[in-house]
Design a protein around this ligand. Structure first.
Ligand code: CA
Length: 413
């Protein structure tokens, strides 16, 4: 796509959603719930566009976008994703007066405010642990006498299967979880006293091969549709008591927030970068011939209860990740496990090398020992009424920047 391409729809310069982006989501208005694409401050109505024949000859099956999830679209081959995107770009491009007239006569542009819904009916949810800095920080805090990284960490992307049913869309209130915590005279029970965030980025898949067939590392990205922001809310006190020997359970499963717009991998192409160096070299099945990461600038803002002023808590980059998305998906299927359209794979907490780049309050406050200044007070972990906003934006020389919108949530008692 030409880099100076613009749309006949007005897009503010600082918008996350220029014509170069065109992320997919699910929205509701008085006409119902259906799929759409964000451009500037408006939504392009995919359901109505499909109904009036805009996508004929793209290979799209009938009734794909009139549904309250992107799953039917994700179920298509990658070539159809590309065809639909190419059609959208052509239709919305500045100078296409015919396209503009078509959209306007069929009322395809939704300019009124809409409510965003879960974009995907998530099948399986996997959460990785792929930032070396995060894994090292956690190791130092919880195993001060041992090596910070466990022996497996540089040989495989460590992960676990999470709870897809509690993945919620940005804006959903997050109820403080209750559970067991370690006490001095046996466990105690009550609301978590160490409610935390995890700054993550996720990818959503299309279909995979049949059960028993692994996805090769060089084909892995063919199965990835796009990416979103993730906040993997975590109750550190519940987690610390329950996690041995089987890993995270109730300290994680109460809620995971995702941003409502899924940015297609194609839109991220200008922001791809060489992957993080890996030493030692991983086993052959994890060695890609073209191993790439994505340069996404990530931010976490905390607006304390009762305040209107957000404090920037974290600013880091997705280029810090040690394992690539391709390696994660390859590893997750190397045993023959299936991937379905609408599965979500989250990166694990993204932490950079300095404290102001750490992607959780656990690390930022060093397990509560170093309070963080916020408007009107300090924080170690989250208090009721606190709002956490994650945002992400991609920038590169000579390229129109694109963004992910926000992934936000407010803690309720
Ligand atoms: Ca996580």
């Amino acid at each position: 796509m030409s880099e100076n391409l613009r749309s006949w729809i007005e897009v503010r310069e600082e918008s996350d959603f220029p014509i170069q982006n065109l992320p997919y989501g699910v929205f509701s208005d008085a006409q119902g719930t259906r799929c759409g694409v964000a451009i500037g401050d408006v939504v392009f109505d995919l359901a109505r566009a499909e109904a009036v024949g805009l996508f004929k000859n793209t290979g799209l099956a009938n009734g794909t976008f009139g549904t309250p999830s992107l799953n039917r679209f994700l179920n298509h081959a990658r070539g159809v994703w590309s065809n639909v995107r190419a059609h959208l770009i052509e239709t919305l491009a500045e100078g296409n007066t015919e396209g503009q007239a078509f959209c306007e006569s069929h009322d395809l542009i939704v300019r009124e405010p809409v409510a965003m819904r879960m974009p995907v009916d998530i099948g399986d949810y996997v959460d990785f642990y792929s930032s070396e800095q995060h894994a090292t920080n956690v190791g130092k805090m919880f195993r001060p006498d041992g090596e910070p990284l466990l022996p497996n960490w540089k040989h495989l992307p460590v992960g676990y299967h999470g709870r897809s049913g509690t993945v919620v869309v940005s804006g959903t209130p997050i109820a403080r979880p209750r559970g067991q915590r370690r006490g001095t005279n046996g466990p105690t029970f009550g609301p978590s006293e160490k409610l935390d965030i995890e700054l993550e980025v996720g990818f959503v898949t299309g279909t995979g091969p049949q059960l028993g067939t692994a996805i090769g590392v060089d084909e892995a990205e063919h199965h990835i549709f796009g990416m979103c922001l993730v906040n993997d809310w975590s109750a550190r006190d519940i987690q610390a008591w329950e996690y041995v020997p089987l890993g995270p359970f109730l300290g994680k499963s109460f809620a995971t927030s995702i941003s409502p717009w899924i940015v297609p991998l194609e839109a991220l192409e200008p922001f791809r970068v060489p992957a993080h160096e890996q030493d030692p070299q991983p086993l052959p099945y994890l060695r890609g011939s073209d191993s790439r990461g994505v340069a996404i600038d990530l931010r976490v803002d905390l607006t304390p209860s009762g305040s209107a002023n957000a404090t920037r808590v974290t600013e880091t980059s997705f280029t810090n990740m040690y394992w690539t998305m391709a390696q994660q998906l390859t590893h997750a299927t190397v045993n023959g496990a299936t991937v379905r359209a609408g599965d979500l794979f989250a990166s694990g907490t993204v932490s950079g090398p300095t404290p102001d780049e750490f992607g959780s309050l656990l690390e930022r406050s060093w397990n509560g020992t170093k309070p963080i200044e916020v408007d009107g007070g300090t924080r170690t972990f989250l208090e009721d009424g606190d709002t956490v906003t994650i945002s992400g934006r991609c920038q590169a020389n000579g390229r129109v920047p694109i963004g992910f919108g926000v992934c936000e949530g407010t803690v309720t008692p």
